[in-house]
Write a protein that binds this ligand. Structure first.
Ligand SMILES: Nc1ncnc2c1ncn2[C@@H]1O[C@H](COP(=O)(O)OP(=O)(O)OP(=O)(O)O)[C@@H](O)[C@H]1O
Length: 303
């Protein structure tokens, strides 16, 4: 209690026959940027809507700072919905002030916050424009401003990066990192795995409504398959085919990429490579989040 964490604890949800979430559990720590990834329909939006409290879970609990999220604590959440929720015919500035006031800010504080966030997000020149007249990317910047304008203590953002140009991605990234470094938990969903790998402190991969991997990208690497790159110029084709517990991922000229099963001794692989002649490279390959994701998701599919 009192640690500023957002906890999703064994949350389940069905829509008729569709099981959207099965005992989904993870936590987002204070000061952490948490990336939430998974295929279309895996349950990301449903989880976020339950975290916000706009959708009720069938079972399980969402807690913030050790306490169940209530109507009162819901006001502490800055939420960016996937279906974007701005009033198209309202001016940007008026809308942001209105939303901040709904969350209890005084008129003066709401106006100051609107000015600050429109400047930080580069839409200060559009304050007097109707939202519907902005480009989609600028609407998204305003949508982020709407999530931030009431100084939330938790940020829950559904695909905030989708459709943004590279400069807008940088602006959005910096704001999210800054908010996390102020000590609040920040969770966002995304299909842009390179971006998630670059930005996030921890990542959760979900499939069919369940959390199937969760941790720093390095932790996910450590629990995944070890891949070894071997450069053995004199080795005949197929030199590694008969090694126990080893799968040849690719063989390209003199370079072979091998996947080592659990408990396989890499020194035995090195000895086998040396037995073919000189070895000019023998290294562990760092898998990208995209590769880890593919492995986790396809592994689960075959279970
Ligand atoms: N209101 C609803 N009524 C019926 N089924 C729903 C409803 N909302 C979500 N679902 C179903 O629940 C599952 C999870 O959907 P959800 O939108 O949470 O996935 P997602 O991970 O956010 O997907 P995407 O990446 O496509 O946005 C899907 O099978 C979806 O069809």
């Amino acid at each position: 209690m009192g640690d500023g964490r957002l906890e999703i604890d064994a949350v389940s949800k069905r829509f008729g026959d569709v099981v959207a979430l099965r005992e989904m559990s993870f936590d987002v720590r204070a000061g952490e940027l948490f990336g939430f990834v998974g295929s279309n329909g895996a349950g990301k939006t449903t989880t976020m809507r339950i975290a916000l409290g706009v959708l009720a879970a069938d079972s399980g609990e969402v807690r913030f700072d050790g306490q169940p999220v209530t109507l009162e604590t819901r006001r502490l959440i800055g939420y960016m919905p996937e279906e974007r929720g701005l009033y198209p015919k309202m001016k940007v500035g008026e809308q942001l002030v209105y939303l901040a006031r709904l969350h209890g800010l005084s008129n003066g504080d709401a106006t100051r916050s609107m000015v600050e966030w429109t400047e930080r997000l580069g839409v200060d020149g559009r304050r007097d424009d109707d939202v519907q007249n902005l480009s989609l990317g600028n609407q998204q910047r305003v949508q982020l401003a709407a999530a931030l304008v009431h100084n939330p203590s938790i940020l829950v953002l559904d695909e905030p990066f989708s459709g943004l140009d590279p400069l807008a991605v940088e602006v959005m990234s910096k704001v999210l990192l800054d908010k996390a470094s102020e000590g609040i938990p920040v969770v966002f969903s995304s299909h842009q795995l390179e971006l998630v790998e670059r930005l996030c402190h921890r990542v959760g991969i979900i499939r069919s409504g369940q959390m199937v991997a969760n941790g720093t990208v390095d932790e996910l690497r450590a629990s995944g398959t070890t891949e070894i790159v071997v450069d053995a110029p004199g080795a005949p084709v197929g030199w590694a085919d008969r090694l126990n517990g080893v799968t040849v991922r690719s063989h390209d000229g003199v370079r072979t990429v091998l996947a080592l099963g659990d408990g396989v001794d890499d020194q035995a692989v090195l000895a086998a490579a040396l037995a073919t002649g000189p070895v000019t490279e023998f290294s562990r390959r760092r898998q990208s989040l995209t590769e880890l994701y593919r492995n986790v998701v396809t592994q689960e599919e075959t279970v």
